[in-house]
Design a protein around this ligand. Sequence first.
Ligand code: NAI
Length: 246
Amino acid sequence: MRLEGKTAIITGGANGIGLAAGRRFAEEGARVILADFDEQAGREAEEQLKADGLDVGFIRVNVADRESVDRMVEETLNATGRIDVLVNNAGITRDATLMKMTAEQWQQVLDVNLTGVFNCTQAVAAHMTERGSGKIINTSSVSGVYGNFGQTNYAATKAAVVGMTKTWAKELGRKGINVNAVAPGFTMTAMVAKMPEKVIEQMKGGISLRRLGQPEDIANAYLFLASDESAYVHGHVLQVDGGIMM
Ligand code: NAI
């Protein structure tokens, strides 16, 4: 039980990687809050994991809206009295090449992937600072490290997540808060399933392990960074991408 007695908020926890992490964390003894915009999927996920005997709750949140984030933190603290782990996993894509990208596509991705991470971290770090401990895990992407065709907005936010991770590691380390990031490679969730089969096949050719990641591959990296085993890992961006060659 690597997270016994801990409370973890996982944003974007209703689907994909966040949901896999919710299950994994709860299996390791955590009380998990799946925090997501998608109420229907979130309620279903909560029911499914509870039916498996896991300690999981759902809170509806829009990470781009600071008031909504503050309510999420307050509700979590009312229910559990503590927040030990925050996984900033919620993210969206609105792909288009540079010349075709609309101002709306640009802004929507910034609001969720960049401002959302800032909002959640600022709100939760206040509580963690008071307690003198905590783990913050951000979600970057190989697109933020290498760039990716059609993802000006997304790559910009995911590169920014690396900058924020390292900055917060410097600011919050002395307060007992561990800050790291995971940069997933192409992982089989709804985000990738929208891509044409041909593009997915091409992507596999650029991965040393010749397969896409599974949500559990990323969830296991989150788990390591959430557990005491990573106590001296700080300001690190862990690429979990099957050995991608971009
Ligand atoms: P997904 O689309 O399956 O799940 C994302 C979740 O975020 C959804 O449940 C959605 O409702 C939630 N969400 C979206 N906007 C929100 C908002 N404003 N407030 C609260 N929740 C919101 O995506 P997936 O693949 O599980 O991605 C998880 C994270 O991993 C994202 O940050 C993504 O950018 C990142 N990532 C994913 C990769 C992939 O290949 N699937 C590759 C690299 C990074």
